[in-house]
Design a protein. Structure first.
Length: 343
C-alpha cells in the first residue's frame, strides 16, 4: 500500500508523543525516546525502513517540572537524502505548565518579528505561540543524540549549506499543529538571510488551534500558499480555538452531551480571553474532515478526547497503521470508558 504525504506526516506527528510520561533527565528521556523512534521507523507501515533520525529528539522541561514540555525531532529520507521532515510534539497531557503556558496564554498578542509583511497587515501571534516558537528555535539535542548541540537552524545549514537544495516539511498535531506552520513561516521568512533560498518549505498541520490574528493568517497564507495544509476534524474542540465565534460553538458541539460545569467555565474564559483579538485559522476556508460522532462515548470530555486523538487516524484511514496504545497510555478510567475503541 502506498501512503499520501498527509498520511505520512500524521504518522510522524503521532510518533512525537512517545515518552511523554517519562520523568527522567532530558538526556535520559531523549535516549529512551530515540530507541522508540528507531523501533517505529523499522516497523510502522507508512514509514517502514524509509527514514532515519538525523536530529534529536530534542526535549525541554521547565526548571522544577517533572515532565517534558517540548519535543522536536527531524528525519531524513534514506532513498532521497534531500528530503527532511521536522515533527513537533503537541501538548504533553500530563504536564500542567505545558497546558498553562503553551496552550492558554491567548489573552495577549505579540508582533510577528520576521519577514516583510505588507504595510496593511499587522500580523500578531498569541503569547503561547510566541513562547513555543522561541523554545523550538533554541532546542538542542543532548550529547550522544543525532545533531547534538545544534539548533534546528544550525543543523539545517550544516546539512544543506548556504545555497543547498532540499525539501523540508514541518508537521505536528494539537499544539504541534499550531507551531508547525508557524515554524514553517519563520523558515520561509529567513530564507536568503539565515537559510538557503533553494529549499522548498512545506507544512502539514493537524488539529491545531489558531496561532495568531487574522493579519497573521493572511500573511502566512500569502507566504506559504499551497505549501501549507491544515487538517482539522469538524468534531475536534481544539481547532475551534481561538476564534471567538467558533469557540461559542463548543457548548453544543456534541449535543445532547453537554460540557460539565468546570469545562463550561473553561470555555467561558477562553471566549472572554479571545474577544477583540480577531484570531483566525490559517487556510481558514479549507473544509474540515467530517467528524464521526461516537454515540456510545460519554461524557463530553471523553468524546472530546476521542475526537482529538483517535479521530484523525480514523478519518484518514490509518486506524490500523498508528498503534495509539503504544503512544498514549491513557489514564485507566478513560481507557475503561473507551474500552475496545482504543484497544
Amino acid at each position: 500500500m502506498s501512503y499520501t504525504k498527509q498520511q505520512i506526516m500524521l504518522t510522524f506527528s503521532y510518533m512525537s508523543y512517545f515518552g511523554f510520561t517519562l520523568d527522567g533527565t532530558d538526556k535520559k528521556n531523549a535516549e529512551i525516546i530515540l530507541t522508540k523512534f528507531n523501533e517505529a521507523l523499522r516497523s510502522w507501515k507508512p514509514i517502514k525502513n524509509q527514514w532515519e533520525v538525523v536530529w534529536g529528539p530534542a526535549v525541554f522541561a521547565l526548571p522544577g517540572t517533572k515532565f517534558d514540555d517540548s519535543l522536536m525531532y527531524a528525519v531524513r529520507n534514506i532513498e532521497d537524502p534531500s528530503k527532511y521532515v521536522i515533527a513537533i510534539r503537541g501538548t504533553n497531557p500530563v504536564s500542567i505548565p505545558n497546558w498553562v503556558i503553551w496552550d492558554f496564554q491567548a489573552k495577549y498578542l505579540k508582533d510577528w518579528p520576521f519577514g516583510n509583511p505588507p504595510q496593511y497587515l499587522v500580523p500578531k501571534i498569541s503569547e503561547s505561540t510566541n513562547f513555543g516558537l522561541i523554545m523550538l528555535q533554541a532546542l538542542r539535542p543532548e550529547s550522544g543524540m543525532p545533531g547534538a548541540k545544534k539548533t534546528i537552524l544550525e543543523f539545517l545549514n550544516s546539512e544543506l549549506g548556504e545555497e543547498g537544495k532540499g525539501d523540508i516539511c514541518i508537521t505536528g498535531h494539537s499544539l504541534g499543529g499550531a507551531l508547525s506552520p508557524t515554524m514553517a513561516l519563520w523558515l520561509k521568512d529567513i530564507q536568503g538571510k539565515g537559510l538557503s533560498e533553494n529549499i522548498n518549505i512545506s507544512t502539514v498541520a493537524f488539529a491545531g488551534p489558531s496561532a495568531g490574528n487574522e493579519d497573521f493568517a493572511e500573511y502566512s497564507d500569502q507566504q506559504l500558499g499551497d505549501q501549507c495544509v491544515r487538517i482539522a476534524n469538524s468534531l475536534d474542540i481544539v481547532p475551534h480555538a481561538w476564534n471567538t465565534k467558533t469557540l461559542k460553538k463548543l457548548y453544543g458541539l456534541y449535543f445532547p452531551l453537554l460540557p460539565s460545569l468546570p469545562l463550561a467555565m473553561v470555555f467561558h474564559k477562553m471566549i472572554r480571553d479571545s474577544k477583540g483579538k480577531k484570531y483566525r485559522q490559517i487556510n481558514a476556508d479549507e473544509p474540515a474532515l467530517e467528524g464521526k460522532y461516537k454515540i456510545l462515548i460519554a461524557p463530553y470530555i471523553i468524546q472530546a478526547i476521542y475526537q482529538h486523538v483517535q479521530g484523525y487516524p480514523e478519518l484518514m484511514g490509518m486506524e490500523d497503521d498508528i498503534p495509539l496504545e503504544d503512544l498514549l497510555p491513557l489514564p485507566k478510567m478513560i481507557r475503561e470508558i473507551l474500552g475496545p475503541i482504543v484497544n
